[in-house]
Write a protein that binds this ligand. Structure first.
Ligand SMILES: [Cu+2]
Length: 653
């Protein structure tokens, strides 16, 4: 048996000391923790390896809770009373004190806070968020976990330069879920996110609210990330020869190893792995020889499970979210540590990367509402659809060190659209971990999927992976994973990629094109399929666009575009259901999709600045009611812009 007496008597009192013996002796791989935690007289002081300056303030600073963003104004349509909430976020540099003994750390963050302000969206209320780039680098914003139309999905080449802004139009039409927003700029997503551009975006709905889950101050988002610092307190971005950036300083909501004072009752925690490359195996432990404390996992990336999953650990990779309900009621007056296990996957472990944060449990409960048992039934999730369409994607490293999907990267402009699912089709994608090994959290934009199988590696689907719908699946070394999704509700070009952001940026990012189904009655005048569609591109910041009048006009213009209208969405879903069960499948390629792709390729290989001649001219000349997405052959459109005239539309679609 190996022994690692790594904790020394330290300098602070009353906290816990952790013996690493059992942790370090475990074989590699994901396991339930049987950790050894001993109560000592002093703070645990890791004697292991540091890359950053040694951090010594464990559990001394409180967990920051992101503030909830408020809309600046709200648009209401006169006729339909539909609502669009309008928000403004500014990307800007900020200095944040991370090390108490070093200079503040320079970040570039949403509203100058990292993580950024938290959006709490109510299902059924659309939103437009204007992101203004007053930072030093390009910016593209992806709301990860929501089916945005392609021009608002943060396409990597659709970036705003410093001094530009972009309006992102969001549907908020899906079931309650923990979504997050982060930068997605081509070849720079990792560094931009690392330096501060991420935040929570939560969708709630009445079904979720009726469940009596812990809410308000008992519903806590926890974004976990890992970073490296230089001696002067600045961030160090070292990708280790593009293998990964694991980081030795663990942050929760931007604060290294924080504490949270809790009451002895139930809490809902929304866990997010916001790290560049670090995966986690999380568990809660208390006291000497404490074993992992069971809790209920209730949701993952795409919302609530059908029923809670009792577990004593959660293994998660980058981009994944898991929600849990943890009950502190049996731990009054105690300290509970949220731990991470060492020896996991491809991680490089450092002195204190096996600790995340601490909960100081008080002795009394100030509010006992929503503190009952987790309901045994949380929501209906349909069984995984059957499909005989199986597509293979291999995530591997080429000889020159580049990370690719089926040998293709995002810089391979002519080939990066790897597949063309017909709109509404159910497809099984088989994801293989290929050359070069590595851990690849695979994120597919647009869809919610179900994890069907995992062979090799861990060789099983974890109970909390199969209990709900997801948008990221962890493809660890040696593994093959199958996921099934319906490629809906929108057509258009979307990305899928590895969420190890170092891999993504070098160059494990590709695309798929959900193709239209003209023969099923879809209106071919529908726009939004080109993520580089000119009128939605970023614009130069100018005061005239920020007046209330200009904003309301813009919102009316968005509303008239009929991008998401709920009534139409219902019709789309019904038509897709009918299509999907009809057994008839449309061709997988068409001249239409090909010519669209030509446009995408051309626009994304250009510098991308929108000239003033193609600047947006808000119009509200067509009522929404006249623009049905379904069952019309109308080609009328109020949209006129460079490259999408009526004649080219006919040719392209
Ligand atoms: Cu990867």
């Amino acid at each position: 048996m190996l022994l690692f007496p790594t904790w020394k008597a330290g300098f602070l009192s009353t906290l816990l000391a952790i013996s690493y013996a059992q942790i370090h002796s475990r074989p590699k791989g994901i396991q339930t923790l049987g950790s050894t935690v001993s109560r000592g007289e002093s703070i645990p002081r890791p004697a292991g390896k540091w890359v950053s300056p040694e951090y010594r303030w464990f559990f001394e600073y409180p967990l920051p809770i992101p503030s909830t963003k408020s809309p600046k104004l709200t648009y209401t349509n006169d006729k339909t009373h539909a609502i669009i909430d309008y928000y403004e976020v500014e990307v800007k540099p900020v200095k944040q004190q991370i090390f108490p003994n070093l200079s503040p750390t320079e970040l570039v963050a949403y509203d100058g806070v990292s993580p950024g302000p938290m959006f709490v969206m109510h299902k059924g209320r659309e939103a437009v968020v204007r992101f203004s780039n007053n930072g030093p680098t390009n910016m593209s914003v992806h709301v990860h976990g929501q089916y945005n139309r392609a021009p608002f999905d943060g396409w990597a080449a659709d970036y705003a330069y410093p001094g530009q802004y972009k309006d992102y139009y969001y549907p908020n039409a899906q079931n309650a879920r923990t979504v997050w927003y982060h930068d997605h700029t081509e070849y720079a997503t990792g560094e931009h996110t690392y330096r501060g551009q991420d935040g929570f975006y939560i969708i709630t709905d009445s079904e979720e609210q009726s469940l009596g889950l812990p809410s308000g101050k008992y519903d806590v988002p926890l974004a976990i990330s890992a970073k490296v610092y230089n001696l002067d307190g600045s961030l160090k971005f070292d990708t280790n020869n593009n293998s990964g950036l694991w980081g030795d300083i663990i942050h929760v909501n931007g604060q290294p190893w924080p504490y949270l004072n809790v009451e002895p009752r139930k809490y809902r925690f929304r866990l997010l792995d916001a790290s560049v490359s670090r995966t986690y195996d999380l568990s809660f432990v208390e006291g000497l020889n404490g074993s992992a404390i069971p809790f209920n996992a209730i949701a993952s990336d795409s919302g609530l499970f059908s029923q809670p999953v009792n577990t004593d650990n959660i293994a998660m990779s980058m981009g994944e979210r898991y929600e849990i309900v943890f009950d502190f009621s049996g731990h009054a007056g105690k300290k509970i540590i949220l731990k991470n296990s060492h020896g996991l996957g491809e991680n490089v472990d450092y002195a204190a990367t096996d600790m995340v944060m601490q909960f100081n449990v008080g002795s009394s409960v100030s509010d006992s509402s929503n503190n009952g048992d987790v309901p045994s039934s949380l929501r209906y999730i349909p069984p995984a659809p059957k499909s005989d369409v199986v597509k293979d994607f291999t995530f591997g490293r080429s000889d020159d060190g580049t990370w690719l999907i089926n040998g293709v990267g995002f810089s391979d402009v002519e080939h990066r659209i790897l597949t063309r699912p017909p709109r509404g089709d159910d497809e099984i994608w088989t994801l293989h971990n290929g050359n070069g090994g590595g851990t690849h959290p695979v994120h597919i934009h647009l869809v919610d999927f179900q994890v069907l199988s995992r062979t090799g590696g861990r060789n099983n689907v974890l109970p909390y992976e199969s209990a709900g719908m997801k948008d990221v699946v962890w493809l660890a070394g040696g593994e093959t994973v199958q996921v099934v999704a319906r490629y809906a509700p929108w057509d258009g070009v979307y990305m899928f990629h590895c969420h190890n952001l170092v891999h993504e940026d070098h160059d494990m990012l590709a695309a798929f094109n959900v193709t239209q189904l003209a023969k099923w009655g879809y209106d071919n005048s529908t726009i939004f399929i080109d993520p580089m569609q000119p009128e939605f591109r970023p614009k130069n910041i100018n005061a005239a666009d920020y007046t209330q009048d200009a904003i309301l006009k813009k919102l009316a213009w968005f509303y008239s575009s009929d991008a998401y209208h709920i009534g139409n969405l219902g019709a789309v879903s019904s038509a897709l259901d009918a299509y999907s069960t009809s057994g008839v499948r449309a061709p997988t390629t068409s001249s239409n999709s090909r010519s669209l792709e030509t446009s995408v390729l051309a626009s994304s290989s250009s510098p991308g600045i929108v000239s003033s001649s193609s600047a947006i001219s808000p119009t509200t000349t067509t009522s929404a009611a006249s623009k049905s997405t379904i069952a019309t052959t109308s080609t009328s459109s109020t949209w006129s812009h460079r490259g999408l005239t009526a004649s080219t539309r006919t040719k392209r679609w």
